[in-house]
Design a protein around this ligand. Structure first.
Ligand SMILES: [Zn+2]
Length: 492
């Protein structure tokens, strides 16, 4: 790829054991550590997109999220509240989006969020009320809002280590400030008494290596060895999902916000399919917008998400030295991810309001506040609100079908008959249950979707009620009673 070879490279010093073909540690400057930290700020949907381009599309590095991403891509835009909803799920932005800009190597190709207004906004009053973040939105005058307008620079709140020192990175991605004592400790832990069995290696790190490292972050216990010595990301067999989140560790679990109807195979309690409404799909789709650092944090310290945990903890420790405030952060998503319900601790930013000094001479710009007491002739201060903000991501009044590995399909474009017949199962072996999704269930589902390919089964099996033969026979006729799936849902 010619394009990637033009991208900047920097060097990394590795200490390796050639005989065992493994990296013991790496010594790196701030540039490399910045890039490493920046990976944690990438939304999960961006990671899926980058990795699909980079490696075998069949590989499921991040659990079921590639299916979730593909569901959004495959779903007709008519199923979304607006074109912006679909666009920003496929090209997710994080609330601290300006981060990547100063990086020596930025693998996120999403770019800054753009702002568009109606081309008639200077001449027509009705056209200076709304801005859009996609160029395809229609203005109320009928034209598409495709005139890009600059917006005043937002402040980037950096959490990356600012120290101009060098760092030591272990093979499992623990990052710390460089010191002789630390290097001696790492060698000791590996059982080396000196350097006689070890070799130094200076390597070039570029775009391709960082992408491989990104994949290894999720799948490998030794990402540096896999990236730089084996040159690929191992798709190893995953360990079993650790038993679910303790109820006590999820405070406020009582408020159930969403319901999900699941179809369970009685023999092994596997969840085959689920049916849900738009609220639940809104919630599920926001997984794509959540940056890794928060996906890890919201999942309550998943042990087997590769080395994501080590890197997250290191970044916290390093930024702690800089400012305490950086460690108490909450997952905040931009206003265009305003779903109907959010059982996780995720805050949606308020839709911004902008002012614009409209003149006939151009140079119009969106600003938080125009400070101009006296307006010159022909100048107007217009107030803009977002046309991209909507309550809900997918259209309302829609039923959806979910598969165990999180393929989401609107009920109107899928056939329940063919799904059921594909299962080739005795209908008597399938049980129907309704689960209320509160914080505990949502957390569990997020965890399972990140690290397994059976998100519904792994994430929700602890919340299924025990099999009761009477209930099973009672619930079955309910499906048969009503003609429309809508009514069947409302009966419950
Ligand atoms: Zn207009």
């Amino acid at each position: 790829m010619a394009k990637s070879s033009e991208k900047p490279k920097f060097s990394l010093r590795l200490l390796i054991d050639e005989e065992k073909n493994r990296v013991i540690l790496a010594e790196a400057g701030k540039d490399f550590v910045d890039v490493l930290c920046s990976l944690l700020t990438l939304p999960m949907g961006t990671i899926v997109r980058l990795l699909e381009k980079h490696q075998n599309p069949q590989s499921s590095v991040v659990g079921c999220l590639h299916n979730l991403y593909k569901s959004v891509a495959d779903m007709d835009v008519d199923n979304f509240e607006s074109q912006a909803c679909k666009h920003f799920l496929l090209h997710p932005r994080s609330a601290k989006g300006s981060h990547g800009r100063d990086l020596k190597l930025n693998i996120d190709d999403t770019g800054a969020t753009k702002f568009f207004v109606c081309p008639n906004f200077v001449s027509t009053e009705a056209c200076r009320k709304l801005f859009s973040n996609v160029s395809t939105m229609k203005c109320r005058c009928g034209s598409s809002m495709h005139r890009e307008i600059p917006v005043e620079e937002q402040q980037a709140d950096g959490v990356f280590p600012s120290c101009r020192t060098s760092f030591v990175i272990t093979d499992d991605l623990k990052v710390a400030l460089n010191s002789m004592g630390l290097v001696m400790n790492v060698l000791n832990d590996f059982g080396y008494s000196g350097f006689d069995k070890l070799q130094e290696m200076l390597i070039d790190v570029g775009f391709e290596e960082i992408l491989t490292l990104l994949g290894c972050l999720f799948t490998s216990e030794a990402p540096l060895t896999d990236t730089f010595l084996r040159k690929h990301c191992m798709s190893r067999k995953r360990k079993m999902l650790t038993p679910l989140v303790q109820e006590s560790s999820v405070a406020g679990a009582a408020d159930n916000l969403l319901t999900l109807k699941v179809y369970v195979r009685k023999t092994d309690r596997a969840v085959l399919y689920a049916e849900c409404r738009e609220e639940f799909v809104d919630f599920l789709f926001t997984f794509l917008a959540i940056p890794i650092e928060f996906a890890w944090e919201l999942s309550i310290d998943i042990g087997n998400m590769g080395c994501v945990g080590n890197l997250c903890r290191s970044v916290k420790d390093l930024s702690f030295e800089k400012q305490k405030a950086a460690t108490v952060s909450q997952c905040m998503l931009p206003y265009f991810y305003n779903g109907r319900a959010q059982p996780l601790d995720v805050v949606i930013q308020e839709s911004p309001k902008y002012e614009c000094l409209v003149t006939h001479y151009g140079h119009n710009m969106l600003c938080k506040k125009i400070n101009k007491a006296v307006l010159s002739n022909g100048e107007i201060i217009a107030k803009f609100t977002s046309a991209s903000a909507s309550i809900g991501l997918v259209k309302g009044e829609t039923n959806f079908i979910l598969s165990d590995d999180l393929v989401v399909t609107p009920m109107n474009s899928s056939s329940t008959i063919s799904l059921l017949s594909k299962l080739q199962m005795n209908i008597g072996d399938i049980e129907e249950q309704v689960i209320s999704i509160g914080k505990a269930e949502a957390t569990s589902l997020l965890r399972a979707s990140l690290i397994t390919t059976s998100a519904l089964t792994n994430g929700l099996s602890n919340f299924l009620s025990k099999m009761d033969p009477d209930e099973v026979t009672q619930s079955t006729p309910k499906i048969q009673k009503s003609d429309k799936p809508n009514e069947a849902w409302q009966l419950l």
